[in-house]
Design a protein around this ligand. Structure first.
Ligand SMILES: C[S@@+](CC[C@H](N)C(=O)[O-])C[C@H]1O[C@@H](n2cnc3c(N)ncnc32)[C@H](O)[C@@H]1O
Length: 205
C-alpha cells in the first residue's frame, strides 16, 4: 500500500449508511447480538466515542478493530482529530476508551483469529482502493475465508461496479468462487464522504 493515507475515526452513522442500509441504531445492534465482527483497517475508530466500535462495546457485542497503526500507547495529533471531523466524526479520541483491548495491531492477511470464528467483516476505504495488487488481494481474501464462519460475510465499501473488475490471477478467481457476491448501491447525494458507489458483500458458501 502506498503512503499518504489519512487515519480517521468514522462515527456510527457512517457505518449505518454504508453497511446497514440506514436501519435504526437499535435494530442494527439487536441484529448483531451474539455475533463477532471485525473492522479491517479500522483506523482510529476504536478510540472515537461516537463509533460503531463503542456502540457495540456498550451493548456487549464483540466488535474488533484491526489496523497496523494501533500501538500499545496511542498518541493522537491535532491533524488526526481534524481529519476525523472532516470525515463526519466528533474529532475526539480517547487512548483509554472502554473496550480498546479489542483494537488489535495486525494486517488483513494475518488475522489474530481462529478458523471459522468471525460472523462479519467490514472494511471501508482500504481493500480494492489502497490495496489492489492481485497477489496481496489473494492473501487477504484467503485469510477472510479462513476466519469467517460458513454463511459469514465480508463487506467492502466504496467500490465501483463489481462486474467491472477483471482479475487475471487464476488462484484469486478460484478463491472468489467460494463466495456468493452481491452488491448494494450507496447514494447520499453529492457528498464526498459517500461517493456514489457500491458496498460489495462476499458471503462464504
Ligand atoms: C484510508 S484508511 C481508512 C480508515 C477507515 N477505515 C476509514 O474508512 O476512514 C486505511 C487504513 O487501513 C490501514 N491499513 C493499511 N494496510 C493495511 C493492511 N494490510 N491490513 C489492515 N489495515 C491496513 C491503514 O493503517 C489505515 O488506517
Amino acid at each position: 500500500m502506498s503512503g499518504g493515507v489519512i487515519n480517521t475515526g468514522r462515527p456510527f452513522r457512517y457505518y449505518q449508511k454504508v453497511f446497514f442500509n440506514k436501519q435504526s441504531k437499535t435494530k442494527i445492534l439487536q441484529s448483531l447480538q451474539g455475533k463477532k465482527l471485525v473492522d479491517i483497517g479500522c483506523g482510529y475508530t476504536p478510540f472515537a466515542p461516537d463509533s460503531m466500535f463503542r456502540a457495540c462495546f456498550d451493548e456487549d457485542i464483540e466488535f474488533y478493530g484491526v489496523d497496523p497503526i494501533i500501538k500499545e500507547t496511542m498518541k493522537f495529533k491535532p491533524s488526526d482529530e481534524f481529519y476525523t471531523r472532516l470525515t463526519g466524526g466528533a474529532g475526539k479520541f480517547d487512548a483509554n476508551a472502554p473496550g480498546v483491548e479489542r483494537a488489535l495491531s495486525a494486517m488483513a492477511d494475518d488475522l489474530p483469529f481462529g478458523d471459522e470464528e468471525i460472523d462479519t467483516i467490514l472494511s471501508c476505504w482500504l481493500i480494492l482502493i489502497w490495496i489492489n495488487e492481485e497477489p496481496e488481494l489473494l492473501k487477504i481474501f484467503s485469510e477472510f475465508l479462513r476466519v469467517l464462519k460458513p454463511g459469514g460475510s465480508f463487506n467492502l465499501y466504496p467500490l465501483p461496479d463489481w462486474h467491472s473488475f477483471r482479475f487475471k490471477n487464476q488462484e484469486l478467481k478460484t478463491l472468489l468462487r467460494q463466495f456468493e457476491i452481491t452488491q448494494h448501491f450507496v447514494y447520499e447525494g453529492f457528498n464526498l464522504q459517500y461517493p456514489p458507489s457500491n458496498r460489495v458483500t462476499f458471503t462464504k458458501k
